[in-house]
Design a protein. Structure first.
Length: 144
């Protein structure tokens, strides 16, 4: 095999490799953490204040898994059906698994999420308010 064939083979191999790389780049899914991140950055002081209020509670909201699904238990100060807010289950690697639920507590301060989530790792972002005071907390959660 002379040098001309070797050079042609090298160029064809390089072109095939570049074609494969371009193909992979076009088929890669890039997801943003939030679609409107600029608006959420402007509201970040509210998040900081809400975290301070949530840290002043007697206990943090907790999640437990059982056969029926996932159960949220709020601290004793929040055992009031008038508490309103949202719970976002954020999955960092797949936005199709993200779920947002309205907070609707029973008289014991708990809420059930029956088979809402597929197994995986989630960051739970909760924001709620009671008597005009806003609260915010984040928690990592793994659903089995």
């Amino acid at each position: 095999m002379n040098w001309g064939y070797k050079l042609t083979l090298a160029f064809v191999g390089f072109a095939a490799m570049m074609g494969y790389m371009v193909f992979r780049c076009y088929n890669t899914n890039f997801e943003l953490v939030e679609k409107e991140y600029y608006k959420s950055e402007l509201r970040y002081q509210e998040v900081i204040d809400g975290q301070g209020h949530a840290n002043s509670l007697s206990a943090a909201p907790s999640f437990t898994q059982n056969a029926q699904g996932l159960v949220l238990q709020m601290p004793a100060e929040m055992h009031d059906p008038a508490v309103s807010g949202n719970v976002l289950f954020y999955c960092a690697y797949d936005s199709k698994k993200d779920r947002r639920q309205h907070l609707s507590l029973d008289k014991n301060g708990s809420q059930s999420f029956d088979h809402l989530l597929t197994p995986g790792h989630y960051r739970v972002k909760m924001d709620w308010s009671k008597d005009g005071k806003k609260y915010y907390t984040e928690k990592d959660l793994t659903i089995l």
